[in-house]
Ligand binder design. Structure first.
Ligand code: PLP
Length: 360
């Protein structure tokens, strides 16, 4: 068996233990004589899988009782429409544009109401997080929207914006469960799980109960109403059953690792190894403002596109894969999600040092 160090931005590395457990249960899940993939979602066995997944997630994030946890489909991108369809009562929302995912959400929301870009870091190719302490928040804004960790550019809101009392909605796809969060500061927290939690096909939405209503935009499809899913425990129709099962295993793994406080420490340690090297290297350098650096996605460049390509190729041959930067920005990006071991980052840095010596 040859496992590589997989620095993919998503779908991304999962804990080996989780994969091994899933493999062991593939043909016969706990004496049922079938895999979880083959099981009715209405069965007792499956109900306990989804119930336990929710319970463990609530424990990990300390989710208060007045928030619902929904396991949905459609990718994070589907939320770009579901959020305005369900939350726009005044038909107005404010968006903070810190990268492509925020921009896509903003463009989508425009179809449903009046949408204001109240801050943006587009002027410096999204290499920083704007000051959000005193934004011109609209009086009648139904919510303020952020993408909390910018997967492509490698920036993160280390401080949440001052929404002046308006509901905060956050896409946390690429920082989900990477550190503790205060759920009460948000109206909606959501993310596709394929970055930091599980297999593509599941989106987790954590939403305050008062935001779940029948008062949605006219014409909203049944499947795109939060209430439909909240009323049916995420089982209005067939949920992404196998994906939820793997997410549940990752939640158990996180609990065993010591929970989100411990993950934060581990993630900080990993990120520091890489950032410290980028700060001292004469060949490689990081591309974003230091104070806004993400713990999860670390973009870097040599400044020479041919050398970048050479690095990516040689790294791959050495077992460090998916280091090529996003197709729209070039360079390199190391995504070092929860499941990336410390050793993976240490070895990557060793390899980068060697490459630097050979190419400077
Ligand atoms: C990957 C990603 C998305 C898009 O996710 P899909 O599940 O492919 O729709 C949205 N937002 C962020 C922050 C992402 O990293």
């Amino acid at each position: 068996m040859a496992r590589v160090y997989n620095f993919s931005a998503g779908p991304a590395v999962l804990p080996q233990e989780v994969l091994e457990e899933a493999a062991a249960e593939m043909l016969d899940y706990k004496g049922t004589g079938m895999s979880v993939m083959e099981m009715s979602h209405r069965s007792k066995a499956y109900q306990s899988i989804i119930d336990e997944a929710e319970k463990d997630l609530r424990e990990l994030m300390h989710i208060p009782d007045n928030y619902k946890v929904l396991f949905l489909q459609g990718g994070a991108s589907q939320q770009f429409a579901m959020i305005p369809m369900n939350l726009m009562k005044n038909g107005t929302a404010d968006y903070i544009i810190t990268g492509q995912w925020a921009k896509k959400a903003y463009e989508e929301a425009k179809k449903y109401g009046k949408v204001n870009a109240v801050a943006s870091s587009a002027d410096k190719t999204f290499s920083y997080i704007p000051d959000c302490s005193n934004l011109p928040i609209s009086q009648d804004a139904d919510y303020v929207y952020i993408c909390e960790n910018n997967t492509i550019y490698g920036t993160k809101f280390h401080q949440l914006p001052n929404t002046k009392g308006k509901t905060l909605v956050a896409d946390v796809s690429s920082c989900f469960l990477s550190e503790p969060v205060d759920v009460t500061r948000y109206g909606v927290i959501y993310g596709g799980v394929q970055k930091n939690i599980g297999p593509a096909g599941v989106v987790i939405v954590i939403i305050r109960e008062d935001l779940i209503t029948d008062d949605v935009l006219e014409g909203t499809p049944t499947m795109l109403k939060y209430k439909t899913h909240a009323d049916h425990g995420s089982m209005y129709n067939t949920p992404p059953a196998y994906g939820i099962y793997i997410c549940g295993k990752v939640f158990k793994w996180l609990k065993k690792m010591g929970g989100l406080e411990a993950m934060k420490q581990r993630n900080e340690r990993k990120a520091k190894i890489l950032y410290d090297y980028l700060d001292e290297s004469k060949l490689f350098h990081g591309t974003v403002e230091k104070k806004d650096r993400s713990l999860m996605n670390v973009p870097f460049v040599t400044g020479d596109t041919e050398l970048d390509a050479k690095f990516v190729k040689e790294a791959e041959e050495a077992g460090f894969v998916n280091l090529k930067g996003h197709r729209t920005v070039g360079g390199m990006r190391a995504s070092i999600y929860n499941a990336m071991p410390v050793e993976g980052v240490e070895k990557l840095v060793e390899f980068m040092k060697k490459f630097e010596q050979e190419n400077i």
